[in-house]
Ligand binder design. Structure first.
Ligand code: HEC
Length: 440
């Protein structure tokens, strides 16, 4: 993700007002699930087949005319439409029914082994997923390892097909979460990986305006996009602290953006992917709304050519925020561009003691993940972010949004959300004082 310079200049001119524009554009697919009960998950052997072959339509919120969900164990134990038998029995009938086969053409039919797996689950008496069972790959759904059952699925409307011959592709698309009339909190964000052969990393951002649902190449991002979650192989689901949630407002659509980076270095042919994320949300609101703010800085002009150099940017928690203090920071997302080498953020508390929010010693643009934090910031706390760049080019590099430019940001998740008039989430970085430091 890169930030648009224009908005930052706008901000540094002192007009730090958030832009709020909403439009009615529809987004990618959002499916609400059966709800918050544990023990409703299906064993992976069954769940993965339904996920792969059926939930395009039989999602928790059924799509494309499908009459019922096939998400949870309850869904399968319910009565079939005509009331003659269970949905589970009807499932095996229809999967084998050559006249009215499910999934309908042109979808790939289930294999004999897949049908047999569902038949044997029925013969075993429909057991729930054993505690602790973790589903892999295509079917990593159903709340495994989470303390909740995901009820929102965030992914593109259809699988994304990699451009033939492309080794690397980065796409962005919008997903709309329509206002439901009831405020919700996002409590868990988990990856939902489809094609593990090409998926490289996934970013979830919230936008102040709706973004097109059509996956488009995205070298540029907007400064109106706030990072909620960053996944790379090995990143666990993000469970928000029990006293906070990212808000989905009652009467305001939430505009989400997924940025997905694909890598196909071995040039496998015909690769497509339908990865995304699963969210647990709740109407049982937590004590605080969580939000994001930018630490780091933009006040630098030239990173010396053919050299390693460091810059430190410091910003103090201003008195303006008194009603919201102390702030609790629970996640850091360090962000630089290609020459970024190292990034640290240290908070110096008024009493003199320090807390480290981030210390990434081998920063890589291609592995931008989030780091958990548990740090309290009180009035007067000084946040110092130090960025180190390894500039192998013969040019000096300045701050900016292009790939050739550089950045020095640590986007942190915190609560309670600051709602002051003059506040903008980029302000701490925009107003920071920056200066060169010796490379350690
Ligand atoms: C492309 C969308 C789509 C996919 C994929 C799909 N279905 Fe369906 N399914 C439908 C639609 C539409 C209906 C209702 C019309 C009908 O019965 O043919 C339906 C009906 C059914 C019914 C009848 C329900 C009842 O109680 O009478 C069953 C059972 C079913 N599907 C099972 C499955 C299974 C199992 C899969 C995956 C192996 C699957 N479907 C995949 C669209 C889909």
């Amino acid at each position: 993700m890169r930030i648009m310079l224009r908005t930052l200049i706008f901000l540094s001119a002192g007009i730090g007002m958030a832009l709020t524009a909403c439009s009615e554009t529809t987004g990618g697919s959002v499916t609400s699930g059966a709800g918050g009960m544990v023990g409703t998950a299906l064993p992976c052997a069954v769940d993965e087949i339904l996920e792969l072959r059926c939930r395009e339509c039989h999602a928790a919120e059924p799509q494309f005319g499908a009459p019922m969900p096939l998400s949870s164990r309850e869904d399968l134990l319910a009565l079939s439409l005509d009331g003659s038998t269970t949905v589970a029995d009807m499932v095996v009938q229809r999967m084998a029914d050559t006249d009215a086969i499910m999934p309908p053409p042109p979808n790939t039919p289930a294999s004999k082994a897949e049908l047999a797996a569902i038949e044997s689950w029925i013969a075993d008496g429909h057991p729930p997923r054993p505690e602790g069972e973790m589903c892999q790959g295509a079917g990593g759904s159903g709340g495994s390892g989470l303390d909740c059952t995901p009820d929102l699925q965030i992914r593109a409307m259809k699988p994304f097909a990699m451009t033939p011959g492309a080794a690397d592709e980065q796409v962005c698309f919008g997903v709309e979460v329509p206002a439901s009339g009831t405020k919700r909190h996002i409590t868990v964000i988990a990856p939902k990986i489809d094609n593990s052969k090409i998926i490289h990393h996934i970013l979830l951002l919230s936008s102040s305006t709706a973004v097109s649902a059509e996956p488009a190449s995205c070298a540029l991002a907007s400064s109106e996009w706030k990072l909620l979650y960053a996944w790379g192989p090995g990143t666990p689901p993000h469970k928000l602290p029990p006293e906070a949630g990212f808000p989905i407002e009652a009467s305001q659509d939430m505009h989400l953006v997924l940025q997905i980076h694909y890598s196909n270095l071995s040039m496998l042919e015909d690769q497509s992917d339908h990865s995304g994320l699963e969210l647990c949300t709740t109407t049982d609101l937590r004590e605080h709304d969580a939000d994001i703010m930018a630490l780091g800085g933009i006040a630098f002009s030239g990173i010396a050519p053919n050299a390693i150099s460091s810059l430190s940017c410091s910003t103090e928690i201003p008195a303006l925020l008194a009603p919201f203090l102390p702030l609790k920071v629970f996640q850091s997302w360090p962000h630089m561009h290609r020459t970024g080498h190292r990034l640290s953020t240290v908070a110096k508390h008024p009493g003199g003691e320090t807390s480290t929010l981030a210390d990434v010693k081998n920063y890589s643009f291609d592995y931008q993940i989030t780091y958990p934090n548990d740090v309290e910031l009180e009035a007067g706390a000084l946040m110092k972010t130090t960025c180190t760049w390894k500039n192998d080019t013969p040019q000096s590099i300045g701050f900016g949004e292009r790939t050739e430019d550089e950045m020095c940001f640590n986007f942190v998740s915190y609560y309670p959300r600051i709602e002051a008039e003059q506040w903008h989430w980029l302000l701490p970085a925009v107003t920071a004082t920056c200066g060169p430091v010796e490379v350690e």
